[in-house]
Design a protein around this ligand. Structure first.
Ligand code: SF4
Length: 468
């Protein structure tokens, strides 16, 4: 079993100066944060500055090593981190480092390389206040010609500073590309049983992590990891193979087995980030000449692999309908299950409200807030929205759990001085909080209207009942 660490194990190895330079007043508090992965070791600067802590630092790195090693690639300032997973199931703590979605480009591309790169770089979608984006480019040497691959690497590096994965089994082609983009610390794909010696040299020379690939053979994959570790190469990503059709079950099983071995059995050879290649769908005989079916299947395989432990997924299709569901799936899987996604409480203004405008109430659960605000915005309403701190719970849950009470609404009305904004004394509470009406009227002396249960009905509700 992977060993559980306690804050005490970590505390014993910290400098124990209680100097507060990490932003926390005590070393024990910092140790607890390290165990929860809410702080990074680098924040304890004395540990790195003073020679006398050198042994402790290496012991701490060992103690805090997650079952799945964290690997970073990409240029400084835009690097991505993959792996670093601590648990097999999300509810045990939370998943770290969301799956990196990398879109492929290739060196014999016939279309417009620049548009494809720009599309990947600029794609952005705001979902419950968070910006969802693609993360990397996978450069494929399809021509077999090192100089063409080098050209591609150079062109891409001039178009974007997105992190890069260099994909070729030919060390010569990889080295040619590394000459141009080696300083951007790309991820190198892939070391196999045939080329591992050359690739380990490249990895050491350029300080880049490498992918170890052994599709369909997990024992060989672990064997290659052992050989590379013995060579002093430890920044690895594993490619156990991605198959579609009848091979899909094998793919899901092999990813699951590797993650289980790492998290439950403490198997170091399996404890690396995993790379899936849903883009293989496009090379499958069954999908040749059927772009819509291939897009659909690729999106489905990507979703499965995001849910089943892929830390990186290389994809080909860039249709928005394919990408958005997976960006949202990833976002939802990688949120902290014990901390609902919330927004700041306060009084928000929509449109150009005046002292006669409606005053509405909602909770600070992000999904609730953004649903309500988007319904208000699309109806172009002029109004105030009082966002009450319910610790990120939705209306129904917060009423049931007494996180949204008449007292809390009354306090928020006072705190955010709503009486100075409006001349009327009317407030609209959500339909799902109807039971708070009487008590809120008693506490505030305001007239309380019970609004609709669904925020999409707010415009028609106000049209019918808002009279000043
Ligand atoms: S910076 Fe290090 S020594 Fe100082 S309080 Fe934080 S953990 Fe302790």
């Amino acid at each position: 079993m992977a060993k559980k660490i306690s804050p005490m194990d970590v505390y014993k190895l910290l400098p124990r100066l209680n100097c507060g330079r990490c932003g926390i007043s005590t070393c024990l508090g910092f140790a607890a944060k390290l165990v929860e992965r809410a702080a990074r070791l680098e924040e304890c600067t004395p540990l790195f500055e003073e020679e006398r802590y050198r042994d402790n630092l290496s012991q701490l790195r060992e103690v805090l090593r997650p079952p799945v090693l964290e690997v970073a690639f990409g240029p400084p300032g835009r690097e991505v981190r993959v792996g670093g997973k601590l648990v097999l199931h999300r509810h045990e703590l939370r998943y770290m480092n969301p799956t990196v979605l990398a879109v492929d480009v290739w060196d014999d591309i016939e279309g417009d390389l620049e548009s494809r790169v720009k599309l990947v770089d600029s794609l952005s979608y705001t979902y419950i206040g968070r910006e969802l984006k693609l993360n990397a480019l996978a450069l494929r040497c399809r021509s077999g010609d090192p100089s063409r691959f080098q050209d591609l690497a150079e062109k891409v590096s001039k178009l974007t500073d997105l992190p890069i994965i260099l994909c070729s089994l030919d060390p010569e082609a990889l080295e040619a590309a590394l000459l141009k983009v080696g300083d951007r610390r790309p991820l190198i794909y892939a070391a196999t049983e045939d080329n591992w010696r050359d690739l380990s040299e490249l990895a050491k020379m350029y300080g880049c992590p490498i992918v170890v690939s052994s599709p369909g053979n997990l024992s060989k994959l672990r064997g290659l990891v052992k050989v590379l570790n013995d060579e002093g190469v430890d920044r690895l990503v594993l490619d156990p193979g991605t198959y579609v059709g009848e091979g899909l079950a094998y793919t899901v099983n092999s990813f699951t087995l590797l993650r289980w071995l790492a998290c439950r059995q403490g198997d170091r050879l399996s404890g690396y980030p995993l790379l899936a290649i849903p883009a293989v769908v496009w090379a499958d005989e069954g999908f040749r000449g059927k772009p819509e079916e291939a897009s659909w299947m690729e999106a489905t395989v990507t979703a499965m692999m995001i849910a089943r432990y892929a830390d990186i997924a290389i994809i080909h299709g860039v249709e928005v309908w394919q990408l958005l569901p997976n960006l949202i799936l990833r976002e939802n899987l990688y949120t902290d299950p014990v901390k609902p996604v919330s927004v700041e409480p306060g009084l928000r203004e929509f449109g150009s409200p005046d002292d006669r405008s409606p005053l509405l109430v909602t909770t600070n659960f992000a999904l609730t807030y953004f649903t309500v605000s988007s319904d208000i915005e699309s109806a172009k309403l002029n109004c105030y929205l009082l966002v009450v701190d319910t610790e990120g719970l939705s209306v129904e849950s917060s009423v049931a759990g007494r996180k949204l009470t008449a007292e809390k609404i009354a306090e928020a009305m006072k705190e955010y001085r709503v009486a100075e904004k409006v001349s009327h004394r009317k407030v609209v509470i959500p339909g799902l909080a109807a039971r708070l009406k009487g008590e809120l009227e008693d506490l505030t002396g305001w007239e309380v209207l019970v609004g609709p249960r669904d925020s999409s009905d707010i415009p028609s509700f106000l049209a019918k009942y808002w009279r000043i």
